[in-house]
Design a protein around this ligand. Structure first.
Ligand SMILES: Nc1ncnc2c1ncn2[C@@H]1O[C@H](COP(=O)(O)OP(=O)(O)OP(=O)(O)O)[C@@H](O)[C@H]1O
Ligand SMILES: [Mg+2]
Length: 327
């Protein structure tokens, strides 16, 4: 393969990947790509096969069938070339417990082939980027769960790899640290391909350009967070908050609009949620009606859609949705 051909390929290409543990199929025919400049969120319930897939991408586990190519190198044929280009934060972020944080990172730097001033500066930068300054001289075993996770994060970015595979990078972090790590991931996006697994759906909205969802080892969705949100019944729903109780005929008036499928009244918060008939934007028609009727509306809010309900539907009733695995 020529250099140009290699550059044209996706940074990570996963083709028809399968993994069985005995008779149990943990990953079934999974295919997807991650391009440079992209953060791909990997979603799925517990036991869906996310970590198993990541282990196969990083060469930690051999697939039963299928191929993985990383930066144009086949994981089974060129495992060392692949590992050179990958930063991997495994599930649980394993580290040598009795080593001091800075020594552990220096050890990783040596394995990565650095020495002397370059090694020292890589360790200092990784400590800084993962916010580990306050614990750099403590043994790993004495650290809290969140700090251990950040040690894992530091070792994964130490060699500034073009491809990052992070298995639940914000798991166990406090809200401030979650924010810091998301910022760090965002900063690194421009020149890297990043695959992160997460159970936090807001994270998908906050940092991912695309998301894939698997359940029972099978890929069920591949698309943008916006496409995912648009699969929600609430996508483009309009919430009208009234000054006081809504007029008695408001619900009936709204239901008469062709573009409206239903109206839900939430008594406690004095608002009406107006659902669109076919998922398209209805805010113009709804606000026009409110004006024509002279309703005392305080606030108008258009729903993007709720990722958690879509996630639940895709992963628990996959037959109820058309599979979308081509973005
Ligand atoms: N080494 C193994 N031997 C047997 N079964 C395994 C092994 N590793 C994983 N599994 C099983 O494969 C399935 C997928 O596991 P995996 O760890 O990939 O899920 P996951 O999507 O990462 O889940 P979580 O969100 O809980 O981290 C699970 O049922 C798990 O028990
Ligand atoms: Mg996992």
């Amino acid at each position: 393969m020529t250099v140009t051909e290699q550059q044209a390929r996706a940074a990570i290409e996963v083709r028809s990947l399968c993994k069985n543990f005995g008779t149990f199929a943990a990953v079934r025919d999974v295919s997807f790509e991650v391009h440079t400049g992209e953060v791909l969120g990997f979603l799925g319930p517990n036991g869906a096969g996310k970590s198993t897939t990541m282990k196969m991408i990083t060469g930690f586990l051999a697939p039963d069938r299928g191929q993985v190519s990383v930066a144009g190198f086949d994981v089974s044929q060129d495992p060392i070339e692949v590992k050179r280009r990958i930063g991997y934060l495994p599930e649980g972020a394993p580290a040598y417990e009795d080593m001091v944080v800075s020594d552990f990172l220096a050890f990783i730097a040596e394995i990565r082939g650095y020495s002397g001033a370059e090694k020292r500066s890589r360790v200092v930068l990784a400590i800084d980027r993962a916010n580990l300054g306050s614990v750099a001289h403590k043994p790993v075993e004495t650290l809290s769960k969140g700090f251990k996770r950040r040690v894992g994060l530091a070792q994964s970015i130490l060699h500034d790899p073009p491809i990052l595979i992070m298995d639940e990078p914000t798991d166990g972090l406090d809200p401030n640290q979650k924010h810091e790590v998301r910022e760090l991931i965002r900063e690194m996006t421009s020149d890297k391909a990043i695959l992160i697994s997460t159970h936090i759906l807001e994270e998908v909205d906050a940092i991912c350009d695309r998301a894939i969802i698997i359940a029972h080892g099978e890929l069920l969705f591949d698309g943008t967070p916006q496409t995912l949100a648009a699969m929600s019944d609430l996508h483009n729903a309009v919430r009208l908050t009234f000054h006081g109780v809504p007029p008695v005929d408001a619900k009936a008036c709204l239901c008469r609009l062709d573009v409206v499928s239903d109206v839900i009244y939430e008594k406690d918060i004095n608002h009406l949620t107006v659902l669109p008939a076919n998922g398209t934007s209805i805010v113009r028609q709804v606000t026009q009606l409110a004006r024509d009727e002279g309703w005392q509306v305080g606030e108008v809010f258009v729903e993007a859609g709720q990722l958690d309900t879509v996630f639940r539907r895709i992963t628990t009733q996959p037959d109820s949705i058309a599979k979308r695995t081509h973005p």
